[in-house]
Design a protein around this ligand. Sequence first.
Ligand code: DC
Length: 209
Amino acid sequence: MIVAIDGPAGAGKSSVARALSARLRFRYLDTGAMYRALTWLALRQGIALDDVTSLEELARENPIEFDEGEGVTIAGHDVTARIREPVIDSSVPIVARHPEVREVMRERQRALGEQGDSVIEGRDIGVVVAPHAELKIWLVADPRVRAERRHAERDGITVDMTADDMRRRDERDAGNTHRAEDAIEVDTTSLSLEQVIDRIERLVRERAA
Ligand code: DC
């Protein structure tokens, strides 16, 4: 079974997808981490973020690897922490915008998703990567709560700066963020992580039955 979890930044996708996969004993695939890792490598190699040909080649030649925990590796570098830095936050939408790059990533995401029961987190999973997913969740939350959550994960910036930054990112990510018609919306604004997981787990059990 594939559980697709899509929605904007800060709606709780990562926390929810990770905890849900642990509870269900499904694999967890963080597709945002793949775009982040590629962006990190492009910056490191001095590749311009609008150089589509080089970015596509970079993506083809450097598959992203996930370890059992939360580790992310690209081109032999453990980038787990580095892909969460502000410079990646601001650069990744530019890289993720290129259709040629997305196609390479989507092929990999589909291949990883076919390896067994998976929770796949992203922006376009239910519509493009895994339209056949048995359960599609669209996670949303109030913008202020989203900014506060993102802020809690980052050092050195205020909540207001985070809110502005997220607004800009939402605008840049909008073209790649798709809600599937058959997705079930879960608003996480006033729910605890546990409550969100319980709700989705119930839906998984219903679909599986
Ligand atoms: O969810 P996140 O913040 O880690 O995502 C990082 C970036 O990648 C963000 O700009 C949205 C983009 N993304 C995407 O375009 N498609 C996905 N399936 C996942 C993420």
